[in-house]
Design a binder for this molecule. Structure first.
Ligand SMILES: NC(=O)c1ccc[n+]([C@@H]2O[C@H](COP(=O)([O-])OP(=O)(O)OC[C@H]3O[C@@H](n4cnc5c(N)ncnc54)[C@H](OP(=O)(O)O)[C@@H]3O)[C@@H](O)[C@H]2O)c1
Ligand SMILES: *[C@@H]1O[C@H](CO)[C@@H](O)[C@H](O)[C@H]1NC(C)=O
Ligand SMILES: *[C@@H]1O[C@H](CO)[C@@H](O)[C@H](O)[C@H]1NC(C)=O
Ligand SMILES: *[C@@H]1O[C@H](CO)[C@@H](O)[C@H](O)[C@H]1NC(C)=O
Ligand SMILES: *[C@@H]1O[C@H](CO)[C@@H](O)[C@H](O)[C@H]1NC(C)=O
Ligand SMILES: *[C@@H]1O[C@H](CO)[C@@H](O)[C@H](O)[C@H]1NC(C)=O
Length: 327
């Protein structure tokens, strides 16, 4: 009791409260009310967290929304909640597992066959895990889910996106990319240092790949009317740490509870990029708090971007006919 009244404790508590107030006051809400009737939006990892709130917003705007999820029960639950909240019946889900190249191919084939158009693609699904492992395709799991699968998916849907143009691709990256130490040679290697620890190095690298690909794809799409931009959603209170362990998780979990914003707040920048007229002609950019920011130093290396792109083509087992070349 006495301890709680001690001066240092009070100072820390006041500092924490002020920080919390500052964070709440500086949240930037998307203020664009564009309607999306007649448009189709695809959001990966849409059953929960930032992705769910992004899909919910698109449904409110009248879009046809496709929730790309890996678990049937969770997908159905999210679908039910979105339809109930918005009254929009034109929402559906399709199953896809981002730890499998074949699953992404099956999913894309389904979309290409059954959907007339894709106007918005939000590559949102992402994971952090403690245990480093490879998927059955021989790809490091975090890299596979966070980068290679969205890379493959974007390639397989690019014709549909071009046909629906002007269309938009939004890649959910992270501030973590800022400190990534990615090199082409180590891109798919297990990093033994972080074994049984929060696998943050791999996460950082995968999120850097998201930005490298955004800038490289923007180059390859050139003046076409498909734009592609990347987002750092901020520190957001979600389930993303559920599959991690160790003391780094404990620290992040406390920070998350105290200071991270809600998923709805965290979804604002990707919603803004998907719908706002302000950014209709911006491509290859990085955004935070609904504003364009400088591409992180780590992601400015054009040579690295090209090499990582080529390595990703290999890991994703892309056929020559599926590759996106420069215009
Ligand atoms: N939270 C943050 O502070 C923060 C900060 C920067 C960037 N981000 C990025 O924001 C994005 C969304 O994260 P979140 O925080 O909203 O996390 P989340 O609540 O854990 O949601 C992640 C979503 O991805 C899905 N997913 C995971 N593995 C998958 C797989 N193998 N196949 C298909 N879908 C899979 C999850 O499905 P299940 O529900 O079935 O697991 C879930 O829908 C991620 O790209 C993350 O890197 C988050
Ligand atoms: C669903 O949305 C699509 C694309 O926006 C549109 O073409 C279609 O007519 C809509 N269907 C219904 C039943 O509203
Ligand atoms: C992001 O950008 C490029 C181009 O759209 C794509 O190939 C890449 O895999 C995308 N997704 C992510 C999450 O990086
Ligand atoms: C990963 O990124 C975070 C956030 O930018 C940074 O604090 C951390 O040092 C990075 N870790 C590694 C191993 O790259
Ligand atoms: C944790 O990993 C398991 C196995 O991959 C998966 O089934 C579960 O949904 C994951 N949980 C979260 C919150 O990512
Ligand atoms: C993740 O963890 C939180 C808090 O421990 C829990 O409420 C939630 O149900 C978990 N989610 C998943 C998908 O395991």
């Amino acid at each position: 009791m006495l301890y709680c009244l001690s001066i240092p404790f009070i100072i820390v508590a006041i500092a924490a409260i002020l920080l919390k107030i500052y964070i709440k006051l500086t949240i930037k809400w998307n203020n664009c009310y564009n309607c999306l009737v007649g448009k189709t939006a695809l959001v990966t990892g849409a059953n929960i967290g930032i992705g769910y709130n992004t899909a919910l917003d698109f449904a409110k705007r009248g879009a046809r929304v496709i929730l790309a999820c890996r678990n049937k029960g969770r997908a159905e639950d999210a679908l039910r909640r979105i339809i109930k909240t918005t009254g929009n019946q034109n929402v559906t889900y399709k199953l896809v597992d981002f730890t499998s190249l074949q699953s992404v191919r099956d999913f894309a084939a389904d979309i290409n066959k059954n959907e007339e158009r894709i106007d918005i693609l939000v590559n949102n699904a992402g994971i952090v895990i403690s245990n480093e492992e490879y998927t059955k395709d021989g790809i490091q799991t975090v890299l596979h889910v966070n980068h290679i699968s969205p890379f493959l998916l974007t390639h397989l849907l690019i014709d549909k996106l071009k046909k629906s143009a002007p269309s938009r691709i939004v890649n959910v990256s992270s501030l973590a990319a800022k400190n990534a130490g990615l090199s082409v040679n180590s891109i798919n290697k297990i990093n033994s240092i972080s074994k049984n620890f929060l696998n943050i190095a791999m996460y950082n690298d995968s999120k850097l790949c998201n930005i490298l690909f955004t800038t490289e794809l923007a180059k390859r799409l050139g003046e076409s009317t498909v734009t592609v931009n990347a987002v750092h959603p901020g520190g957001v209170r979600t389930n993303i740490l559920n599959n991690t362990s160790g003391f780094v998780k404990d620290i992040f979990s406390i920070l998350m509870k105290l200071f991270f914003v809600t998923s709805e707040e965290g979804a604002q920048t990707q919603i803004y990029l998907s719908v706002s007229n302000d950014v209709a002609h911006i491509t290859g950019g990085l955004f935070e708090k609904c504003k364009q920011i400088d591409i992180y130093q780590t992601a400015q290396d054009a040579d690295l971007a090209r090499k990582v792109w080529e390595k990703s083509e290999e890991l994703a087992k892309l056929k020559d006919s599926e590759k996106i070349s420069y215009l």
